[in-house]
Design a protein around this ligand. Structure first.
Ligand code: FES
Ligand code: FES
Length: 175
């Protein structure tokens, strides 16, 4: 029996590398990925973008949150091939070219919204989307829409204060 007879053509199989092209923080990237490989592993292991953290690798902690076409996703549950042709934003893409922190990053600093910092990149990426989605009207709403991002250090009061501050200033800039 030939190999073709035992393995019908159903597209790429596990283990076969597949070339994907997408943008990360405004830069075009190409990578040959295993179809089973997560976006998180490609960002961290291939592209050396270690801002997104691998906390649980099971969609339960939010430390791996990045934006894909402006929408927050858990990079550990997103296949790298799903990013094909899309724009991925990680925490490394937020600061200005001269290193000035993004206003939301500055708000985290101002409100002492971290302790060990492990959850912080995910909190910031999630909060950025939360505000853009219009889900940062008050502290309760912020807590609800950031509830997928866990902080083992319990820095929640500072996180909520930082997001509220950023949301308020973003609204006043718009208005
Ligand atoms: S590492 Fe992705 S949700 Fe925990
Ligand atoms: S600051 Fe340590 S886990 Fe959130």
């Amino acid at each position: 029996m030939t190999d073709t007879a035992t393995r019908p053509e159903h597209g790429p199989s596990a283990g076969d590398p597949l070339e994907v092209a997408f943008a990360v923080n405004g830069t075009a990237v190409r990578a040959a990925v295993d179809v089973r490989e997560s976006l998180l592993d490609v960002l961290r292991e291939r592209l050396a973008l270690t801002g997104a953290k691998k906390g649980c690798d099971h969609g339960q902690c939010g430390t791996c949150t990045v934006l894909v076409d402006g929408r927050r996703v858990l990079a550990c549950l997103t296949l790298a091939v799903q990013a094909r042709g899309r724009a991925v934003t990680t925490v490394e893409g937020l600061a200005a070219p001269d290193g000035t922190p993004h206003p939301l990053q500055q708000a985290f600093i101002d409100h002492d919204a971290l302790q060990c910092g492990y959850c912080t990149p995910g909190q910031i990426m999630s909060a950025l989307a939360c505000v853009a989605e219009g889900h940062a009207g008050d502290d309760e709403e912020i807590r609800e829409y950031l509830s997928g991002n866990l902080c083992r250090c319990g820095a929640y009061p500072g996180i909520v204060a930082a997001v509220r501050d950023y949301a308020d200033s973003a609204r006043s800039t718009e208005g």
